[in-house]
Design a protein around this ligand. Structure first.
Ligand code: CAA
Ligand code: NAI
Length: 247
């Protein structure tokens, strides 16, 4: 039996990067995967590629920061599959600037997507998980959420806030059979990191005891473990997948 056989998994931000790799892995393990992303072009392309590989994948466009859009997305999933077993709150953005230059707009944009978006999506799937008495919620934090990072006031605040929400929900929902955990990736080779100045990337790489950046697959493997029954007694945990930066 595959590790996620017949599970219904919503992965936000799965049109690209880490989320896309997770969609591929979850699909290979037998899940019906919903790519819930803002980016329609890449979302449809990713759906097509993964379907061509024989996986059960569907793209639904969503803006996680808009509760109505999230409710509509979850409604479509329930109509098609009847339930939600797994939610990976992976969608995220950066709007980096030094504190002296960061606008309130940049601050709010990141909080809206990276923190409020997680609240919106989790609230929307909750009824289905409670009804089943089982569910897996995985929130994507970051090394920045515990370590801080120059230029990331907004992002660090959101990613640290996620850890507080994860632990709160683990306490509220554990006895209902729902596991809530976070994954905190280190710097990982996706578009988000390639947008950084080269000199900063080199500095970050030098901080990693394993002497390399993460690959999307490294993070997706952690999502898969926390989504599977193998992690049934793990709740409220923050799994650092960063080559050892956070020790
Ligand atoms: N550590 C220490 N100092 C740093 C630094 C760092 N990581 N980044 C910048 N600085 C220093 C610069 O060397 C510079 O110092 P001096 O004034 O002494 O020259 C000062 O801070 C200002 O830097 P800039 O000249 O680059 O200032 P800017 O206003 O042009 O740009 C910035 C600021 C937008 C923050 C830019 O430096 C930048 O993009 N930095 C990278 C931010 C970053 O790490 N983002 C992570 C993106 S990936 C991600 O978010 C995923 C995840 O979860 C980890
Ligand atoms: P990415 O930029 O490759 O993918 C992010 C995806 O989120 C994109 O497909 C984008 O369209 C989608 N998205 C953005 N705003 C959205 C919205 N409002 N509604 C729905 N979808 C939206 O980024 P990456 O690197 O794959 O990041 C995935 C997650 O991992 C993010 O939460 C990020 O903060 C986190 N992370 C990434 C690290 C890295 O170094 N790449 C390190 C630590 C955490």
């Amino acid at each position: 039996m595959k590790r996620l056989q017949d599970k219904v998994a919503i992965i936000t931000g799965a049109a690209n990067g880490i989320g896309y790799e997770a969609a591929r892995k979850f699909g290979k393990e037998g899940a019906n995967v919903v790519i819930a992303d803002f980016d329609e072009t890449k979302g449809l392309e990713s759906e097509e590629v993964l379907k061509a590989g024989g996986l059960s994948v569907r793209f639904v466009q969503v803006n996680v920061s808009d509760p109505e859009s999230v409710d509509e997305m979850v409604k479509q999933v329930i109509t098609e599959y009847g339930k939600v077993d797994i939610l990976v709150n992976n969608a995220g953005i950066t709007r980096d600037a030094m504190l002296s230059k960061m606008t309130l707009e940049q601050f709010k944009q990141v909080i809206d997507v990276n923190l409020t978006g997680v609240f919106n999506c989790t609230q929307a799937v909750l009824a289905s998980m409670l009804e089943q008495g089982k569910g897996k919620i995985i929130n994507t934090s970051s090394v920045t959420g515990t370590y801080g990072n120059v230029g990331q006031t907004n992002y660090a605040a959101a990613k640290a806030g996620l850890i507080g929400m994860t632990k709160t929900w683990a306490k509220e929902l554990g006895r209902k059979g729902i596991n809530v955990n976070a994954v905190a990736p280190g710097f990982t080779e996706t578009a988000m990191v390639s947008a950084m100045p080269d000199k900063v990337i080199d500095k970050m790489k030098a901080m990693v005891p394993m002497n390399r950046l993460g690959k999307p697959e490294d993070i997706a493997n952690a999502y898969l473990f926390l989504a599977s029954d193998e992690s049934d007694y793990i709740n409220g945990h923050v799994l650092h997948v960063d080559g050892g930066i956070m020790m």
